[in-house]
Design a protein around this ligand. Structure first.
Ligand SMILES: NC(=O)c1ccc[n+]([C@@H]2O[C@H](COP(=O)([O-])OP(=O)(O)OC[C@H]3O[C@@H](n4cnc5c(N)ncnc54)[C@H](O)[C@@H]3O)[C@@H](O)[C@H]2O)c1
Length: 277
């Protein structure tokens, strides 16, 4: 028996090796949860598993690529052979592509859609049916973005995937309501993580000046722990769409009251980010 807000719950976190996934995994462990973790980076995954165990919680961690249906199927089979199921699913693994239409290749589209969209679908497809069968309710958290609320020409493909995650989450929330399974879409603004370094940059975005500007922007971002806290609130309070950080709240509010003003503000931000474009 453990104590805490998520005592004895089992929480699955994808992309748990870094940034928001890492902070979320450790926050749930601190609140008494056991963890099921995956990432493509085995070394960072091992570090997070060790930190979880150091807190006295259990961690089942596997190297899994969320974009692969076959890999996610075997992962779910293994998890369900070891445990009766998971109580919370955090579909967090994600990557970014910076670039407009002419710079983004079809390979970039397939890569980012495969991880950011199909990775989230796979997490639900392979883990939610068991959650329903158990009949104990549960919660699905999908990590979208402020880029899933306001279109940006600097992150064309990325924004497309995050709008998809927001729409998928809204529809899934209705679908799973009768099973007492909540669904949240988390929409953070700028968060200090490795997402820039791990992502792809195209066209002028690959130039040193643009890389430096976005590094500075991310440096000023909020902490991944802030997002982890909002994720736990979303699960406890069954929140639907959850903006995190000031810019995400601004995007969410203006989208509804004045989309034109939002467009103007976003364009100013983009002009600072990529003045040469
Ligand atoms: N950092 C931000 O400003 C920000 C803002 C809004 C939303 N997000 C979203 O938050 C989520 C987490 O990103 P982060 O900022 O913590 O980035 P990060 O790069 O620090 O962490 C992402 C993790 O996902 C893992 N990963 C990547 N591809 C994977 C795959 N195919 N299968 C399994 N794991 C994979 C990486 O190895 C890494 O450990 C993403 O969905 C991202 O789009 C980030």
């Amino acid at each position: 028996m453990s104590s805490g807000r998520f005592a004895d719950k089992v929480v699955l976190v994808t992309g748990a090796g870094s940034g928001i996934g890492r902070a979320t995994a450790l926050a749930f462990a601190r609140e008494g949860a056991d963890l099921v973790l995956c990432d493509v980076n085995e070394a960072s995954l091992e570090e997070v598993s060790a930190a979880t165990r150091a807190q006295g919680r259990r961690a089942l961690a596997r190297k899994v690529d969320v974009s692969s249906a076959a890999a996610m199927q075997s992962f779910a089979d293994e998890v369900h052979a070891a445990l009766s199921g998971v109580d919370v699913i955090v579909n967090n693994a994600g990557v970014a592509v910076a670039g407009g239409l002419r710079d983004t290749t079809l390979d970039d589209w397939n890569w980012v859609m495969g991880i950011n969209v199909m990775g989230v679908v796979h997490g639900c497809h392979f883990f939610v049916p068991r959650m329903i069968e158990r009949g104990r309710g549960g919660h699905v958290v999908n990590i979208a973005s402020a880029a899933g609320l306001a279109g940006s020409r600097l992150l064309l493909a990325y924004a497309t995937t995050k709008f998809a995650v927001v729409g998928f989450s809204e529809a899934l929330r209705e679908d799973l309501r009768r099973h007492r399974i909540g669904v949240s879409a988390i929409c953070p603004g700028f968060i200090r993580t490795n997402i820039n370094e791990a992502g792809r940059r195209r066209g002028r975005f690959a130039e040193p000046a643009a890389i430096e500007r976005s590094r500075r922007l991310m440096e000023r971002g909020a902490s991944p722990e802030l997002v982890a806290g909002r994720i736990m609130d979303a699960v406890e309070q069954n929140l639907g769409l959850v903006p995190v950080t000031k810019e995400a709240h601004l995007a969410y509010a203006l989208k509804r009251v004045s989309p034109n003003l939002l467009g103007a503000i976003w364009r100013r931000l983009e002009a600072w980010q990529a003045p040469e474009l």
